[in-house]
Design a protein. Structure first.
Length: 226
């Protein structure tokens, strides 16, 4: 996994902190990333980014308090259309890289790094599932006219399985047990592969094609700041 540059907002004087962070984020080329460390929830910053740098960034958490918040930001082409496929597909790839890096660290016997990477993966994937449950799936049901027992109900149930899988991985890492981690990782990977394929091949494109562009942009903005 490529090392991502870090900006520690706690080390920047308060009077210039926001402007310096915005400047660094504005410099990100499409595909380039950085991690911001903050001593508080950066929700106000995220909302400001929607106004000051519209369409320029994707982002997702790697740590969410209670003392430190860390978010990964990745530059994107502002001229490219904002879609559900673009944003949540990007987050899928980000989380897959974290899980692979955690597994590589454990395989090398570096359990400290594995613990940190899998914790970041758990934070990010839990957040991803939460915003889908709360915002994306209801929007899909509203756009397609699906009844409550439609496909999103199955996806919500799969998210429960994902959260249980994350707990199994965390327990195996805490115990430094490679056999248990291998089994837990395989179960979670299989579940995620099928789940993400359903989303990326069916649900995301359906939303991108069905929801009017203005409403789609509003939905993605809600996902970004949730």
């Amino acid at each position: 996994m490529t090392t991502i540059p870090v900006i520690d907002g706690r080390e920047i004087p308060h009077e210039v902190r926001l402007q310096e962070i915005l400047s660094k984020l504005a410099e990100l080329a499409p595909g380039a990333s950085l991690v911001l460390i903050a001593p508080h929830d950066p929700n106000k910053l995220l909302r400001k980014l929607l106004i000051d740098l519209p369409g320029r960034l994707n982002w997702g958490p790697v740590e969410k308090g209670p003392d430190v918040w860390r978010w990964q930001f990745t530059g994107r082409d502002a001229e490219a259309a904002r879609t559900v496929s673009d944003y949540l597909g990007w987050d899928h790839r980000r989380l897959e890289e974290l899980m692979a890096a955690g597994m590589a660290a454990a395989s090398a016997g570096d359990w400290q790094s594995a613990s940190e990477l899998f914790a970041e993966h758990r934070t990010g994937l839990t957040h991803h599932a939460d915003i889908e449950d709360a915002l994306l799936f209801p929007a899909y049901d509203g756009a397609t006219g699906n009844m409550p027992n439609g496909p999103t109900q199955l996806m919500v149930e799969e998210h429960r399985g994902v959260r249980n899988g994350l707990a199994d991985v965390a327990a195996a890492v805490k115990a430094c047990n490679m056999d248990e981690l291998t089994d837990a990782h395989l179960r979670l990977s299989d579940l995620l592969a099928e789940h993400h394929a359903q989303e990326e091949e069916i649900l995301f494109p359906t939303m991108d094609e069905t929801i009017p562009p203005e409403q789609l942009s509003q939905l993605i903005e809600k996902l970004l700041v949730a």
